[in-house]
Design a protein around this ligand. Structure first.
Ligand code: PGA
Length: 257
């Protein structure tokens, strides 16, 4: 059974004091919701404070990135052990903004996924094509290359612990969402690719989230597609009401067997 995941990526928004207020609102709004796994990913500086707010609630804490080494002379970086120690249980890896602005590569995604797993964090591995790639008919191939790089050398038991997020770059922060059919087609392609690279059982069990302008208005039509196991939400995760409405939509659309 695939339990849906609703994860908020707060990006570079919210000071620690603002983050505490948002997290308190989310805990209050969603503490009694059953069903989906809920995660918030504040910026590094707010992780410890938000960790205290969500401790003991059903809201999990995630980071937006991490470094692949356990420790070392890597100025400005943060390791899996450091994140684990302040209560993080998830880490977003390979977000398109990191690929686009900070030179994240598929090899880096692979190394970071291994580090996250070794530190007992659940990686949320992001893949997705740009508009140019989609228009050139290369979306499937691009995502396949990203998956091949991300999963290189991982054992099936390791891949089973990953969460995937399909985020078409052209839909992130643009207000343009992939249609439910476009998203579902790509999710099916991702699952097929994982079956080919790993095995069918692993592919069938992993959660694949959709990300890119998910809002309360389009959440239900996306989440009710059987290939879509949840959402990674940017803009709409910065307000209690919209994040809570999407989480409730996930509860109503049910689990995948
Ligand atoms: P968006 O961001 O919901 O603001 O489009 C999604 C993401 O980048 O994870």
């Amino acid at each position: 059974m695939r339990i849906p995941v609703i994860a908020g990526n707060w990006k570079m928004y919210k000071t620690p004091s603002e983050a505490i207020i948002l997290a308190e609102g989310i805990v209050k709004a969603l503490s009694s919701l059953d069903g989906p796994e809920l995660v918030v990913c504040p910026p590094f500086t707010a992780l410890a404070a938000v960790g205290q707010v969500v401790a003991g609630s059903r809201i999990g804490l995630g980071a937006q990135d991490l470094h692949w080494a356990r420790e070392g002379a890597y100025t400005g970086e943060v390791s899996a052990d450091m994140l684990q120690d302040i209560g993080c249980r998830y880490a977003i890896i390979g977000h398109s903004e990191r690929r686009q602005y900070f030179g994240e590569t598929d090899e880096g995604v692979n190394k970071k996924s291994r580090a996250a797993l070794a530190g007992d964090l659940t990686p949320i591995v992001c893949v997705g094509e740009t508009l140019t790639e989609r228009e050139a008919g290369r979306a499937d191939a691009v995502v396949e290359i990203q998956l091949k790089g991300a999963l290189s050398g991982l054992a099936p038991e390791q891949v089973q612990r990953l969460i995937f997020a399909y985020e078409p770059v052209w839909a992130i922060g643009t207000g343009k969402t992939a249609t439910p059919s476009q998203a579902e087609e790509m999710h099916a392609h991702i699952r097929k690719t994982i079956a080919m690279l790993v095995d069918a059982e692993t592919a069938c069990g992993v959660r694949i989230l959709y990300g890119g302008s998910v809002k309360p208005e389009n959440a239900t039509e996306l989440l009710e597609r059987s290939e879509i196991d949840g959402a990674l939400i940017g803009g709409a995760s910065l307000q209690v009401d919209s994040f809570a409405a999407i989480a409730k939509a996930a509860q109503n659309t049910g689990f995948r067997v």
